[in-house]
Design a protein around this ligand. Structure first.
Ligand SMILES: Nc1ncnc2c1ncn2[C@@H]1O[C@H](COP(=O)(O)OP(=O)(O)O)[C@@H](O)[C@H]1O
Ligand SMILES: [Mg+2]
Length: 261
């Protein structure tokens, strides 16, 4: 059972020691990684995925439950506790969605009687994240970017069921991010998101701040932020409605802002 991930800081791109030298993530934590383009967010996520041990360009080290992760994690994909959903994920598989999920579940899930329900749950989870429902008979390679992301997140959460899920830049993926977080919270995992979305950032337990390749700060969501996070959510919903109207060629009126003071 994985209970904690510990990250020991290395150095920035300029070789300076990182300001934050130790972070301990606990099972159930939802964490955002923030920082401008080029600040090292993807590199940080990759360090975790690689179980860095001073052997990457950052010099960071990762411990699982306080000790070096067992080598099987890396050698045996079915034992790896980490699912990484990258910015540029494409499926190599040309199988129809349903066959792909069935095949994948056949490898990952030991109790075969659970597979049918798990696949149904995975599709339902994915379809709550994407505006365009996934047709089970469609080939994986024909899914849109948003559908692909949604299916990967659902697959990682339900079929792989890894205790740690890393998500790089969910922003432009065309998925319902707050619904994703809501659904993910129902599973006890460590979630690490790269995001600048205020709504998601305020829903996470804390944010890891990156600059120049280095972890410069750790901001726990404070009382003030928590207190107005529902207004941020409301504003985000308003913007989503306006975005949809624009998408469908409609005009916007000042009425769109009614109810938001
Ligand atoms: N600590 C570090 N030391 C050396 N190079 C780094 C470090 N962190 C990031 N880099 C390099 O900086 C560049 C930008 O990092 P990246 O993780 O892609 O940023 P972001 O995802 O925030 O846009 C990459 O080429 C990466 O290899
Ligand atoms: Mg990046």
């Amino acid at each position: 059972m994985i209970e904690t991930i510990t990250i020991f800081g290395g150095h920035s791109r300029d070789g300076e020691p990182e300001a934050v030298q130790r972070i301990e993530l606990k099972m159930g934590d939802v964490v955002s990684i923030v920082g401008p383009t080029g600040s090292g967010k993807t590199t940080f996520i990759n360090d975790i995925e690689l179980f860095a041990n001073g052997n990457t360009q950052t010099g960071r080290r990762i411990l699982i439950n306080g000790v070096l992760p067992p080598v099987e994690y890396r050698d045996n994909p079915s034992l790896n506790p980490i699912a990484l959903i990258t910015q540029h994920t494409t499926f190599l598989s040309d199988l129809p969605v349903l066959e792909f999920l069935t095949e994948h579940a056949g490898i990952r899930v030991l109790d075969k009687s659970l597979i049918e329900q798990m696949i149904a749950d995975t599709l339902s989870f994915a379809n709550q994240l994407t505006g365009e429902p996934i047709i089970p008979g469609v080939r994986m390679t024909e899914l849109s970017g948003g559908q692909t992301r949604a299916l990967l997140i659902a697959d990682a959460t339900i079929i792989c069921d890894t205790p740690i899920v890393l998500l790089d830049e969910v922003e432009n993926a065309g998925i319902n991010r707050s619904r994703a977080l809501e659904l993910l919270r129902a599973y006890r995992k460590i979630f690490i998101f790269v995001t600048h979305d205020p709504r998601i950032a305020l829903l996470s337990d804390y944010r890891i701040v990156m600059k120049g390749g280095s972890i410069t700060d750790l901001l726990r969501t404070n009382e003030e932020e928590r207190a107005f996070s529902h207004q941020v959510a409301k504003l985000d919903d308003l913007l989503a409605v306006m975005r949809d109207k624009i998408r469908f060629g409609e005009r916007l009126t000042t009425h769109e802002l009614e109810g938001f003071a």
